[in-house]
Write a protein that binds this ligand. Sequence first.
Ligand SMILES: Nc1ncnc2c1ncn2[C@@H]1O[C@H](COP(=O)(O)OP(=O)(O)OP(=O)(O)O)[C@@H](O)[C@H]1O
Ligand SMILES: [Mg+2]
Length: 326
Amino acid sequence: MAIVKRPGKFARAAGRCFAISLAINTENLSKIYSRDATGRPVGLIDLSLEVEEGQIFGLLGPNGSGKTTTLKLLLGLVFPTSGSGQIFGYPLGSNATKERIGFLPEGPYFYEHLNGIELLSFYGTLFGMGGSRLEARIEELLHLVGMWDRRFIRVRDYSRGMRQRIGAAQAMINDPDLLFLDELTSGLDPIGAMEMHELIMQLRDRGKTIFLCSHLLKDMEPLCDRVVILDRGEMCQSGAVEDLLRVENQCRLLLSNSSEELHQKLQASAQRTEVVGSHFEAYFTDQSAALAAAQEASAAGAVIEELGPHHRTLEEVFIEAVGGEK
Ligand SMILES: Nc1ncnc2c1ncn2[C@@H]1O[C@H](COP(=O)(O)OP(=O)(O)OP(=O)(O)O)[C@@H](O)[C@H]1O
Ligand SMILES: [Mg+2]
């Protein structure tokens, strides 16, 4: 048996050194399908990333930015043009990792004549499962994805949301350590999307690693521990969500019912200001300046809607990274 050296790195916390295991790592991974009219490569370009075990990792970016291509490369479904990667220490596409992986593709296709139980039973047998163990797993998963009451409906009669739910159950049939989910909440109503997000957090709490692809930056923001944002095949931002959203020393004052005269006064003391609809926003680097501005606004009859530390959104992080090209 080949000896696999597990990829890992060390982190320091509270003066102690910890070993961190990596579920995924890639080095300059590229898949070039073609070139556009300007000669720019189309696909995925030089992606180097690390996904730690036990994290919810988001691969984000607009349509066509290379998310599904990355996923296909990681799963060994397409071959890289250049670069390399590993999953649990094995080269991409290695059979040794397949039992530990679950995958929900974008717009999954299932045999239309099967019902929920038959479909999960089919995928379970592909993993060598059977008997009462498989039956119990199917029942557990159907409850988990909210399909138990609809278990006898055939796939041909499913709504889009039902397909996503059964797809998520299919991806979990083998109780994988690493779950790849491409646009998980596509077709789900808001409650369904929230249920799926809760499920993902539960899986993380059980030590699973979740790799999500999505163009919905807003939805991914509260869910992901770390993200990589792609733009036209290239990484444009990466890091812990908490770090990306933090803006050092910024205080935001949001006002309504404020006069033009007050706006002019605040513009002098604020770092920047903005009129958003009927509201006026002012940002300060100094907390006491923000407080003084709030007092001045209140005395002038304006309504203080919000006053506190400013956090960016992932959408703002993305727009900043691409230099406002979007
Ligand atoms: N098989 C293929 N042959 C040629 N070009 C492809 C192929 N698959 C993807 N592409 C191109 O590669 C780029 C990245 O596509 P990809 O599907 O990875 O994007 P994505 O980020 O998943 O987009 P979406 O959010 O729409 O799912 C796009 O420009 C796409 O047209
Ligand atoms: Mg895609």
